[in-house]
Structure formats: C-alpha cells, structure tokens
Design a protein. Structure first.
Length: 263
C-alpha cells in the first residue's frame, strides 16, 4: 500500500473530479493522502476535504511564495492545528526562485513567516512540511536557529544537492521525492534518492503538478504515487512492495496517521 504525503486536492484542476480521484486512489492502493494548505484563505477547503473523506488529512500553513494575502500569526496556526485531522504545519519554507527584481535581503518577510511556522510546530508538536527553492542555505540556517529539529518534519519535493540532503538528515528531517525523480534529467536527484536512509524516505505527487513518467505533462493525481515508489525501488534494488512499506510506515509515523487495513 502507498500514502501520498503531499497533494493539493482542493486546487481547481482536481477538486471538480474528486470522486473519480478517490476511486483511482483506492484502485492503486493509495490508502491515504495529505492535502496541503498553501494559504489561510483556502484552509477551510482543505480542512473540509479531510473532514469529509476518511483517507484524507490536512495541514495548515502558508506557502512561502504566496503574497498579498492574510499573513499567518502564531496564534492562528496553533489554533487551527488543534483540529483532529490537521497533521502538520505547512507548507512553509523559503523560495527565492522568483525575486522579481528584489534582492535576497528584501525577502525578510519570507524568513519571518518561516520562523512563525517553525514556532507553531514546536508549540503544537506537529511536524513541518518545508518547501525550499533557490534558498537552501537560508532554509537550513533558520531550521537550526529556530529549533526545527524538535518537531521534525519533511523537506517535500526534494530537488536539492547531496550536501543539502545530508544536512537536512542531520537535523532529523525526512526527505520526500515526487515525480521529478522519474525524469530523464534527474540523475543527481536519483543519487540522493538512493542514499536516503530507508527510515527517512517519503513519496508524494505534489499533484496536480509534476506527474511522474509515464504521465509526465499530464495533470497529476495521488493514484500516480506508486510510479515514484517503483523508480526509487529500482534504484535501490528492492521489491517495490518493500520500498512502499518503508515509505508508508515512515509517513504514518511522522504524521501520526491511523493504520489502515486493506482487504
């Protein structure tokens, strides 16, 4: 069985076909999925999905690349995280990919937002879902400064270097791999996926984005996460069932998800 540790089922590309997506999940033995919040204004939708569907869970947080919206306070994040189906704080982190004429120094608002999320995770004891793009040095620095190792968490959709991977692992974090690891130009990333200890490895779709081969270029969905597992299993010389078992156990342990019995 599989768990999609990171998806966006409330996004327009997916929410209109939710019954079909849930059926496809079940057919593919994807027994649970974590729906990730990217804005406070959409959190009610994410939470409603988790409440309405037993296999779905939610996070609360604001994506680092989101501007001109309600800024999360520590009090708000802590309060919303008390909901029984909210299993993590995030998606949070840093993203310097689109500076739009600004300098890294101008992105202090992102760093303060990230600090707020780490503090909320520490206060609630719920893990962090961290996004980092073109910002690994600052991401790791803030994780250290704010004590992110205490709640722990995952660097999702990991695409960074081996050195960044080792630094995140040293901080006690998990690494999650998306369909990118199946792309032909991802040789370096596949080396990282081969290195990560089996007890720190997660898989995800980040749907509706980044569909794995053989669906690259199409709208992604949780039912495609077995293709990520299959590629990583091949890299590591393991049966896919064994690799999936590790990823499922890791995800369940990190996010404190209930066990599921598959008939």
């Amino acid at each position: 069985m599989y768990i999609d540790s990171h998806c966006h089922l409330n996004f327009p590309e997916l929410k209109a076909q939710l019954p079909e997506l849930l059926a496809a999940m079940a057919k593919a033995q994807v027994v649970q999925a974590i729906c990730i919040s990217t804005m406070l204004d959409e959190f009610s939708e994410v939470k409603a999905l988790a409440d309405a569907h037993e296999p779905l869970f939610a996070t609360v947080g604001v994506h680092p690349d989101t501007e001109d919206m309600r800024e999360p306070s520590l009090e708000c994040l802590v309060s919303e995280a008390n909901h029984p189906k909210v299993v993590a704080i995030g998606e949070t982190g840093l993203d310097y990919y689109r500076l739009n004429g600004r300098s890294v120094a101008d992105m202090e608002w992102q760093r303060e937002r990230f600090r707020t999320h780490i503090r909320a995770a520490r206060q609630t004891g719920k893990p962090l879902v961290i996004h980092t793009r073109s910002s690994a040095e600052d991401t790791l620095r803030l994780m250290r400064e704010e004590g992110a190792s205490e709640p722990g968490g995952v660097l999702h959709c990991f695409t960074e270097t081996m050195d960044v991977a080792r630094a995140a692992l040293d901080l006690g974090f998990h690494l999650s791999f998306s369909g990118i690891v199946t792309f032909k130009n991802a040789a370096d990333l596949r080396e990282v996926a081969r290195m990560v200890p089996l007890d720190r490895l997660l898989i995800e779709t980040d749907s509706p984005y980044l569909a794995p081969v053989p669906y690259r270029g199409k709208t992604n969905q949780p039912a495609y996460v077995p293709h990520v597992a299959a590629l990583i299993a091949e890299l590591r010389g393991l049966p896919v069932e064994e690799l999936a078992g590790h990823c499922t156990a890791n995800t369940r342990r990190l996010f404190k998800l209930p066990d599921v019995t598959v008939n």
